[in-house]
Design a protein around this ligand. Structure first.
Ligand SMILES: [Cu+2]
Length: 148
């Protein structure tokens, strides 16, 4: 009986630790980037454990992580080996961590108004969340419509 209880306890503990684990994200941004900080707040509010490194230029980290220049934005991050470029919503990042696609990462190129960290009143510009791979192919992973 004790043995069984111990096993049960060990199993539930294991389930809890894998289930309750927060995804850990490393973010590279410049010190003066306000919208980058707001995006980090968005990630933290959605259960990500974020470590921020302030750098003089994000470009070298972007290149190192394999993000193509035409998908560039203001900050770059890495979570579970995936690159995350720009104002990507937590929803698509979680979807990627769950589905584990064969890809380099996600990007929201530029800085669309209304994306997480880029809020400006009620205005929302349409934008796509893009999944990109090593071979250079890009697919739409999430779609956000403009506000009416
Ligand atoms: Cu930005």
């Amino acid at each position: 009986m004790i043995r069984q209880l111990c096993l049960l306890f060990a199993l539930s503990l294991a389930a809890f630790t894998t289930y309750g684990a927060e995804p850990e994200m490393q973010v590279y941004k410049t010190a003066t980037c306000g919208c980058c900080g707001k995006w980090v707040d968005h990630l933290r509010a959605n259960g990500f454990k974020v470590t921020v490194t302030e750098v003089s230029s994000v470009a070298e980290y972007r290149t190192k992580l394999g993000v193509p220049n035409n998908l560039a934005s203001c900050h770059t991050g890495v979570v579970n080996g995936y690159a995350v470029e720009g104002h990507v919503p937590a929803r698509e990042i979680k979807k990627m961590l769950e589905e584990k696609p064969n890809a380099v990462g996600l990007a929201v190129p530029g800085m669309p108004v209304g994306s997480p960290g880029m809020e400006m009143g009620y205005r929302v510009d349409p934008y796509d969340v893009l999944l990109f791979d090593k071979a250079g192919s890009i697919t739409v992973y999430g779609k956000y419509e403009a506000s009416k």
